[in-house]
Structures are given as structure tokens and as C-alpha cells.
Design a protein around this ligand. Sequence first.
Ligand code: FMN
Length: 270
Amino acid sequence: MLKLVTTRQLRGLFAVRRCALAVCAVLLATLIGEGSKLAAQETGASNRLIALPAPRQDGATSVERTLTQRRSVRHLKGESLSLAEISQLVWAAQGVTEPIEDPPSMWRSSEWKWMGGLRTAPSAGALYPLELYLVAAAVDDLEPGLYRYVPLEHALEHVGEGDRRQALAEAALMQSAIVDAPAVFVITAVYERTAVKYGERAERYVHIEVGAAGENIWLQAEALDLGSVFIGAFHDRDVQQVLGLPEDHQPLGIMPIGRKAEDWRERRGI
Ligand SMILES: Cc1cc2nc3c(=O)[nH]c(=O)nc-3n(C[C@H](O)[C@H](O)[C@H](O)COP(=O)(O)O)c2cc1C
């Protein structure tokens, strides 16, 4: 026999359904949360990731030509850079060229963090202590802000808002190339990653690696007909504060990048 459902019973049924939906929503949110936490563990990123276009692994300019033409270019146009140019530059600095999921058998200590493969720039013991930041001011399809390069994903992690060039220049003896450049790279290092294996020797190794990564950026910039300069004169603490860097990410080099001003040669001081 068909049973008539009272209004009270109907309300009760809807309440149960609402409750079940809420539980489902909480479960789903937890699962998604766990998923992104897992992704964060793999990439070291906990913020929004911006995928970069695949880098070119070949080009029309020879290494010899870029070596001949490379100069410190301190007068840059403010004209924007493309995301493809940024992609190429970060790849040159720290891109993964040979992904290897598991550490080789000779990898002994659990303290040595395996970084998922080998990169464009060499690294003592493949421990990869460098973290590359991008202060973006005028890059197509990228809002002005601070980004960290995530090599394994070939992506940028958005870590901060706004154009920080002026404050960064103030932390670097007002070197004007930083304010003029549409993009500025800051190479930082986590010494501890190398020190777990090499102890006191780590400091030397990390500095050598900054040189290698910086030169890679410089030569890639030249191959793209962009100008750059390596800036070593800055106040470490101020740079850390301006960028809000983690305590153990030590800034070691600043590289403004942009299109060369027509008269950069006449205006340069050496
Ligand atoms: C470790 C290091 C630190 C540097 N720091 C600065 C700097 O703070 N400001 C600057 O304008 N140039 C800086 N330079 C660039 C040098 O002045 C430049 O390489 C040198 O004058 C030779 O010129 P070239 O790079 O055009 O061959 C630095 C270079 C290196 C290697």
C-alpha cells in the first residue's frame, strides 16, 4: 500500500541527504588536499604551478659565437619577454636533461636528497643546491610577481605578488639594470644540501655551481640576442627580505635580463 509521506518526514529525508552530501564534500576536499600535498612533496612546491613551454634543445647560434659575443650588458630595454624566452633561460640554468627517478646504487646516505635526475649545469654529487627565482615585471602571460623554477616539472611556482625590482635594486647598490629589466633572475643556494655529503668543502662547490648556472643563463641569453649581467654586489639580508626567501635560500647572484638598448656598448662602464 502506498504510504503517504508527511512534511516532517520529507524534511527529515532532505536533512539526511544534505548531511551525506556534506560528508562527501569533506572527504573529497581531504582527498584533493592529500593529492596536492603529494605533488608538493615531489616538486618541493606548495603554490600554484605555471607550466612553461618546452625548451628548444638546439639552436642556430654556435657555442663559439655566443662565447665571442657575450658581454655584460647593463643597459636594457623595458620591452617584455615571452614565456618561451623565460622557459629557455631557466632551462639553461637548471633544466633537467636526464630524468632518473631513483638514485644510483652507489647513493649511500639517506641524508643525500635525490633530485630526480641530471641537469644542464653540473652539481657536486648531483645534490643540486641551487634554487632559481624569477622577479617578473614584464613577461607575456605572466603576472608581475616572484616565481621559483621547479626543474622536474619545468614549471614556475608562483611564490609572491607584485613588481619587486625597485626594492631589489635598492638592496643591490641601486644598480639600474635591475629596474630596467623586464625580468631578473636571482640565483640562491641551500648550502646544507651539499654539506650533508661534503662538509666544509660544500661552500666552495656551491659557489662553483652558481658560476656554472650563471654562465649558462648568460650564454643562453646571448643566443637569444638578449642582454644580461651577473651582479654580485648586494646586501644578502636585504635581498632575502625583499623576496621573502626561506632562511636557508642564500642569494648568490642577480641577473637582470632584457633586450639590449641600442647604445648599450657606448654607455657601458667596465
Ligand atoms: C662574480 C661577479 C660579480 C660581478 N658583479 C657585478 C656587479 O655587481 N655589477 C656589475 O655591473 N657587474 C658585475 N660583474 C660583471 C663584471 O664587471 C664583468 O664581467 C667584467 O667587467 C667583464 O666584462 P664582460 O662581462 O663584458 O666580459 C660581476 C661579474 C662577476 C663574475
